[in-house]
Design a protein around this ligand. Structure first.
Ligand code: GLC
Length: 489
């Protein structure tokens, strides 16, 4: 029954073409696994200007799509790149998307992000109208694309081709809602009647994510713990009540891992392939990581790795607070990230002071992310909240032991090592504080020095299976549910 389902999967970022966080990994892999289930999947993303996108084989399908934006009509070009079982459609407008980054710089977000993503959303719908591409599901992700369900139920409600189309909105992180001044409404072409607390506004702002929560047919988030969390005031960022009001259509599906990409046996980014329990190759990867980051470390010294967007909710406050103490411990430290300028500056300072044992690189280079997964011994994720988290799952497969704070998807996937039963696949700390984090790391270092126990922990992680295959099947069920809901089932 999946055969006929056509899914339009919409995301502002898709790895490896454009990546700021883990959303890009999801948007790269889920569509592929959906296509393995027999669905016809088309990914839609902006055509950013970078070598990865430039080198994609593609054809221009439409050279002059006129996209309504307020009073104006703005031109878009649409390209298509075929990838066997699925296609990638690229929405092109140099003014909006030929920029250095996806959302902004270390100094802040681009000031016209409202206009950029309204344009992107409407361009997709205009393209579907123009080409009459058969569609069953439009799957939107995060605030950037959350207005698509709004537009479908307003501007496009009379179009027969959309009558049976169901929309799914995935909430990857409700801390980011796309909040803009009321005047942004003008760009949508919607009447001011919509600007009310029941529909598009929240706290006096035009809130894209909230609008999507109200207008989409079905909602989901990326772990059941995070779903529970965001129904509370502490983690809901003001959306908790609205989410509760939609609880009948609010689900959770935990993200999966693409083991075609994240597999130390076949990974072409790393210095040597390996397959636990044989870790000879991992040792080579560790040497390579030490060299790549210019450290002077003995290969026996445990290396702590971090790959993260650098922002406070990823735990960078407690990390900074703990840095002096960490640097006194017998460990090496490598970090890959991008984000708030203040963290980039502070960590650069630490690097200057402790260049023998710690190094940071500020770009989301995929090869380096793989090198850290393979070459590090310990992977640290100290997040204040974490909707799903993928790096702990990658770490498992690479025999790298995760140390995480107990929140969201981290709590759900990392089973704390129990010193009595010797069971568990990682280390977990509860309190969000540098003290609790340092305490956990000190405990980890004790067990790192006990090779037999260490091997047991990393094998427990290695044997986990978080494949997208299972998660994609859950999405298939979600889509069928969404269609039933839409078609009056
Ligand atoms: C966001 C969340 C992260 C999740 C990812 C993909 O980046 O912060 O926890 O894994 O989206 O869903």
């Amino acid at each position: 029954m999946n055969q006929k389902l056509r899914v339009i999967y919409v995301s502002a970022e898709v790895a490896p073409y454009a990546k700021s966080g883990e959303l890009a990994d999801v948007a790269c892999s889920l569509p592929k696994y959906l296509s393995y289930l027999g669905m016809e999947v088309s990914i839609f993303m902006p055509k950013y200007r970078n070598p990865e996108i430039e080198s994609l084989p593609k054809e221009m399908l439409v050279s002059n799509l006129l996209v309504p934006l307020g009073e104006k009509k703005v031109k878009a070009r649409v390209f298509k790149s075929e990838h066997g079982k699925y296609d990638i459609y690229l929405i092109d407008n140099p003014k909006y998307f030929w920029r250095e980054n996806i959302y902004g710089t270390g100094k802040g977000e681009y000031l016209d992000n409202d206009e950029r993503f309204i344009f992107f959303s409407r361009a997709i719908l205009e393209f579907l109208v123009k080409t009459k591409l058969h569609t069953d599901i439009i799957h939107c992700n995060s605030w950037h694309t959350a207005l698509i369900p709004v537009f479908l139920k307003t501007h496009y409600s009379h179009k027969s081709q959309f009558k049976k189309v169901s929309t799914v909105l995935t909430l990857h992180n409700v801390a980011y809602q796309g909040e803009f001044p009321p005047e942004t409404l003008v760009l949508t072409g919607l009447s001011w009647d919509y600007f009310c607390p029941e529909q598009l506004s929240l706290g006096g702002k035009f809130n894209f994510l909230k609008a999507g929560v109200i207008f989409s047919d079905v909602l989901n988030t990326v772990s059941s713990s995070y779903k529970r969390e965001i129904l509370t005031e502490k983690y809901g960022f003001g959306l908790e009540k609205i989410l509760k009001s939609r609880k009948d259509v609010f689900f959770s599906i935990r993200n999966g891992v693409d083991y075609e990409i994240w597999n130390p046996e076949t990974d072409s980014f790393i210095a040597a392939n390996y397959s636990p329990p044989d870790l000879k190759g991992k040792k080579k990867c560790k040497r390579d990581l030490i060299k790549e980051f210019g450290l002077s470390l003995n290969v026996k010294t445990p290396i702590v790795g971090i790959v993260s967007y650098m922002t406070s909710h990823k735990g960078f406050d407690i990390l900074l607070e703990a840095m002096d103490e960490l640097m006194e411990m017998d460990l090496g430290f490598v970090m890959l990230g991008q984000g708030d300028e203040k963290y980039e500056n502070s960590f650069s300072n630490f690097q200057r002071r402790f260049s023998r044992k710690m190094a940071v690189k500020f770009n989301m280079n995929p090869a380096l992310a793989h090198k850290i997964a393979a070459g590090a011994d310990i992977f640290l994720i100290p997040s204040l909240y974490e909707p799903c988290g993928l790096n702990q799952l990658y770490s498992f497969r690479y025999a790298t032991v995760p140390v995480v704070r107990a929140t969201g998807g981290l709590e759900e996937t990392v089973t704390p090592f129990n010193t009595r039963t010797l069971k568990g696949n990682g280390f977990v700390f509860k309190e969000y504080s540098s003290k609790a984090m340092v305490k956990a790391l000190k405990k980890v270092l004790v067990y790192y020095k006990k090779p037999q126990i260490w091997q047991k922990i990393l094998m427990a992680g290695f044997q986990e299976n978080f494949s997208w295959e299972n998660a994609a099947k859950r999405y298939a069920r979600l889509y069928h549910n969404a269609l039933k809901i839409k078609r009056g089932g």
